[in-house]
Design a protein around this ligand. Structure first.
Ligand code: NAG
Length: 315
């Protein structure tokens, strides 16, 4: 009886961590990167809204949405953490809002909803903080924008990789968990002294003056081969606030598509039985993980800056 109960609890834990967005470290890193790029009013709002509970930072607040989704009060929010792309990787990769978010509840609609709510002064401080924490997580999304940036969060194949058994540093786990936390935790331990803030600082420096500086501008332009119409974050937000409807947003969809292409180009390119965390797979995944985290943090800052300061205000 006790054994059965324990097994049940362990299964539940395993399942919960399997469907998490980036593990806590990935989400927090996105929030910490964003903090370095906020402009005057967005930074002031973030600090006062999050307050001492979250050390006035998007870093610690980025995991709130994962923590509450297993509570009964927030069970409804679990669909908001991903968009299940009904495509066929590695043969063909695509994300379509009409196909993949048909019930209107996915990471894409969540971004729209919480974008309007975070600046809605008719809402309470608690409601606006909730909206900020959802945006932080999804941009940490693209929890809603953080989660969008993680390849397996825009992937229906075998339930986002939860059912694909693989090895990571000798342990048997699943593909989703390797991307959520297995490879990130190894990278943190090996290269950043186990510190998320050290990692985030390093990524932010690469954006400001290092390897990412040349491409950072393109991360927030939302250009796409499938929808050539030139749209940017400002157009998205203006359209959203003007219509007051939870309309499809262009930029988050383009970013989800961008992230989803890794499902065709890389994610499934491992040899069955190989250890993903100690092989070339890991070495080749690290640049993808780091650039996705940096992109998401930068995009989150751009999004909040447009909302609160009227322009992206980025280097
Ligand atoms: C928007 O967010 C609120 C508050 O979390 C939630 O109650 C509502 O269902 C959301 N609306 C949509 C369309 O997702």
């Amino acid at each position: 009886m006790l054994v059965q109960k324990l097994t049940g609890i362990l299964c539940l834990l395993g399942y919960t961590s399997g469907v998490h967005a980036w593990g806590a470290n990935g989400h927090q890193a996105v929030g910490y990167v964003a903090m370095q790029f906020l402009s005057t009013k967005s930074l002031a709002f973030v600090k006062s809204s999050l307050g001492a509970t979250y050390a006035q930072s998007l870093g610690p607040a980025a995991t709130w949405a994962d923590e509450v989704k297993s509570t009964s009060a927030y069970a409804w929010s679990s669909d908001l953490h991903f968009v299940d792309a009904e495509d066929n990787p590695p043969t063909s990769c695509s994300v379509s809002e009409t196909r993949d978010c048909a019930n209107g509840k996915c990471i894409l609609t969540a971004i729209a909803n919480y974008t309007t709510r975070v600046i809605d002064t008719s809402l309470s401080a608690a409601q606006r903080q909730e909206a900020l924490k959802f945006l932080d997580h999804v941009f940490s999304f693209l929890l809603f924008i953080g989660d969008i940036g993680q390849p397996l969060h825009v992937e229906a194949r075998a339930v986002g990789g939860n059912d694909i058994s693989v090895k990571c540093s000798g342990s048997t786990t699943n593909l989703h968990s390797v991307w959520d936390s297995g490879m990130i935790n190894k990278l943190l331990a090996e290269s950043y002294g186990g510190s998320v803030t050290t990692w985030a600082d390093n990524l932010a420096t690469r954006i400001k003056s290092g390897a990412y500086a040349a491409s950072a501008g393109s991360w927030i332009t939302c250009s796409s081969t499938t929808s050539p119409a030139r749209r940017n974050i400002g157009d998205d937000i203006t359209g959203l606030l003007w219509s007051r409807a939870i309309t499809p947003l262009h930029c988050p969809l383009v970013w989800a598509q961008d992230s989803n292409t890794y499902d065709c180009s890389f994610v499934f390119s491992f040899t069955t039985g190989s250890d993903l965390c100690t092989s070339n797979y890991y070495t080749n995944a690290v640049p993808i993980i780091e650039s996705q985290i940096a992109k998401q943090g930068y995009r989150l800052a751009a999004w909040l800056n447009v909302l609160f300061d009227g322009a992206t205000n980025l280097p």
